[in-house]
Design a protein around this ligand. Structure first.
Ligand code: DGI
Ligand code: FE
Ligand code: FE
Ligand code: FE
Length: 187
């Protein structure tokens, strides 16, 4: 396994400065959400730190991995926004030596969410959206909701994401849609 210094160095080398700062922010916010939700803080901080490890990997490398590493071939009908989490887990296993299933699942789900979400899945999904570097209309409301109740934070974020995707006429990954139906629809 890598030492923590080696892991930080690999993470830094795989992305630009801005993305690295975002990963630090997600790590810190994941730690805070873990504390609020009685989850292992160090594990949440690690998952948050590496969640976007694959964000700047080339399309060619993603496509090669999808074709050869046992991924659902339907992923080829989507783009890198979807790939960097799901297929990112392959690069994170291979290049960072991370084997913890809970961490890999949280990274897999961090962009699309899913109908079933563990506490760690929710922490990383929400931290990604509200870390201190995020600035978009509604981010203060998202922070308030998420720090008050993690599940409500997931629901708020998915509604915002669906809204954004429809406004921009983007293709919606079925899991994103299914997750919205579970987490965002008013009871
Ligand atoms: O990697 P980050 O930018 O930090 O955040 P993220 O992994 O949550 O990715 C956010 C992007 O992913 C955002 O531009 C919206 C996009 N996205 C999320 N769900 C879907 C999606 N894009 C498409 N096309 N379809 C989806 O279902
Ligand atoms: Fe991401
Ligand atoms: Fe996200
Ligand atoms: Fe991110």
């Amino acid at each position: 396994p890598l030492t923590s210094d080696e892991l930080v160095a690999k993470e830094k080398a795989n992305m630009d400065e801005k993305r690295f700062k975002h990963c630090i922010g997600v790590s810190e916010t994941s730690r805070k959400l873990a504390r609020l939700n009685n989850y292992d803080e160090d594990k949440a901080a690690l998952a948050g730190f590496i969640h976007d490890y694959a964000k700047q990997i080339s399309n060619e490398r993603f496509i090669e991995a999808i074709k050869t590493q046992g991924f659902d071939q339907d992923l080829l009908n989507y783009n890198r926004a979807i790939w960097h989490g799901i297929v990112g887990t392959y690069f994170i296993k291979k290049e960072l030596g991370i084997t913890d299933k809970e961490i890999l699942t949280a990274i897999w789900r961090h962009t699309t969410a899913d109908v079933e979400m563990t506490t760690l899945d929710k922490i990383v999904f929400v931290a990604d959206f509200i870390e201190p570097g995020r600035d978009f209309p509604g981010v203060d409301e998202a922070r308030k909701v998420a720090f008050n109740n993690l599940d409500d934070g997931v629901g708020f974020e998915l509604a915002h994401t669906l809204d954004f995707l429809v406004t921009n006429r983007q293709k919606i990954y079925p899991k994103t849609f299914d997750a919205y139906n579970v987490w965002s629809v008013k009871k």
